[in-house]
Each structure stands twice: as structure tokens, then as C-alpha cells.
Design a protein around this ligand. Structure first.
Ligand SMILES: [Zn+2]
Ligand SMILES: [Zn+2]
Length: 254
């Protein structure tokens, strides 16, 4: 038995049966979803090399060709479609234990795409927002992923104020909205480090950009972003550029 297996046994996790988060069927391999549901889940088979969003074709998506995200590389496990949106909502609205299941899905992506990471960190919440929810879902994910991967977690950010809803704002409005909302209070630990920022969903990418900007200011060597899900890549033509809602509805259709 390897060290992880031993730890899991000591913690009473090995052989733990759980129910599939989608269909509630019992699963015996400690996975989050049963084999049938895994076949149906929207793993992005073809994705942009920079932002990791699902796209047709290869290389960089139109959005990244127009303007690159600040992070060196972003990856997500799933396409953010209706099914996945429901799962993440359940996770954020009262089922923090789902972090373990999602972390199991994120582990192979972390190992494949971000090998050599020095530490994981997470998108912070204001203390008031955290009290209201009872937990920070991104922190839960980072901690669960740390237990599975052995990569440590560092709590380096603070959120100083709540930011109004980002939906429907232009890029510059979102940037203005976020400027000064976050504070990197442990700059020294970031210097020359390869850092993986963990969050639940990548939508506009504005939060990831803002936190990456702070990490770059603290001389991080690499900034990587790993989320459970990401909205698909958009077309550059404004007329057929879907809103996140439309993209959600359309995500499952060919
Ligand atoms: Zn299932
Ligand atoms: Zn892209």
C-alpha cells in the first residue's frame, strides 16, 4: 500500500462507498460519478492551449488570440454546461463535502498539466460572505486537492470588499469592478514559485486575471489556474458571441 493509501485507511476513507452526485447510484471506486454518468459528463476533448476552454480545432481560441489571459495556463475538468452548473450550485449551497469528489476529478489534470507546482492557493471570499455561506468553496477544493496530491496550500489572498455581479459588464467595467477588491498579504512566499490558483468556475476570467496580476507583482515564476469547469470558448464575432447563459444552454449540443 502506498503512503496515500495508508493515510486514507487511517482516515477511514479507503473503500468508502458513495453515491454518484448525478444519479445517486452507489459507486464503489471512490469516484464522484458512476461510470454511466462519467460517459455523459462534458469533458472538453478539444480545448484552447492557453485558457483550456472547449473549442473546435486546435491551438488558441479566438478570445486568446485577441487578448491572452494573464495566467500562463488555465485548465478545467468540465465544460460548464447545465448539468455541471447544477452540481457546482449544490456544492456552493450547502454540500461542502462535494469538494472531495471534485478534487478527485481535478487531480489527474493537476498532475498532467501543472507538474512541479510549488503550492496551491484559492480565490478568497470576504469574511462576511464566508460567514454567510459557512465555507469558502475554493478553499475546500484546494485543501481536498492538496490532501490527494501532496502539494501544499497557501492562504495568501484577502478579499477586501464584495464585488457587484460581474455578469453583463464589459471587460473594462469588470476590471474596474475588481481593482482593489483583492489583497495579496503574503508576497514573500510567492517569489519564484509556480502557483496553482484554484476556483470553482472560470467564466469571464476577470478574477483569475486580477489575482494573477497580483501574483506577478510578487514575482511568481508561473501562475496556473485550475477550475472544476469553464464556459466554452467564444467566437470573436459579436453577433454570434453567446452570453454565458446562452453558452450554458448550448454547451451540450454539437
Ligand atoms: Zn451516476
Ligand atoms: Zn483560449
Amino acid at each position: 500500500m502506498d503512503v496515500l493509501g495508508l493515510l486514507q485507511k487511517l482516515c477511514g476513507r479507503q473503500g468508502e462507498n458513495r453515491t454518484c452526485y448525478l444519479c445517486r447510484k452507489e459507486v464503489f471506486d471512490g469516484r464522484t460519478f458512476c461510470a454511466d454518468c462519467r460517459r455523459k459528463l462534458p469533458y472538453p476533448l478539444s480545448f484552447c492551449l492557453r485558457c483550456g476552454r472547449r473549442m473546435t480545432g486546435t491551438g488558441f481560441c479566438a478570445q486568446c488570440r485577441a487578448r491572452l489571459p494573464l495566467a500562463d495556463k488555465l485548465r478545467s475538468v468540465f465544460v460548464y454546461d447545465k448539468e455541471v452548473k447544477g452540481l457546482i450550485r449544490a456544492f456552493k449551497e450547502g454540500d461542502p463535502a462535494m469538494a472531495d469528489g471534485f478534487a478527485r476529478e481535478m487531480l489527474p489534470v493537476l498532475q498532467r498539466e501543472f507538474s512541479g507546482a510549488d503550492f496551491l492557493t484559492f480565490v478568497p471570499m470576504t469574511p462576511a460572505a464566508r460567514r454567510k455561506r459557512g465555507y469558502n468553496q475554493s478553499r475546500r477544493l484546494a485543501c481536498a486537492l492538496s490532501r490527494l496530491s501532496g502539494v501544499p496550500v497557501e492562504d495568501i489572498f484577502e478579499k477586501k470588499r464584495d464585488t457587484p455581479e460581474q455578469k453583463g459588464l464589459s471587460r473594462s467595467e469588470r476590471e474596474k469592478n475588481l481593482r482593489g477588491a483583492f489583497f495579496l498579504h503574503r508576497r514573500a512566499v510567492c517569489r519564484d514559485k509556480k502557483i496553482v490558483l484554484i476556483d470553482d468556475v472560470l467564466t469571464t476570467g476577470s478574477t483569475a486575471d486580477e489575482l494573477t496580476r497580483l501574483l506577478r507583482g510578487a514575482h511568481a515564476a508561473k501562475v496556473w489556474v485550475l477550475t472544476i469547469a469553464a464556459t466554452p470558448a467564444k467566437s470573436l464575432f459579436p453577433s454570434d458571441m453567446p452570453s454565458p447563459e446562452k453558452a450554458l444552454g448550448a454547451a451540450d449540443k454539437p
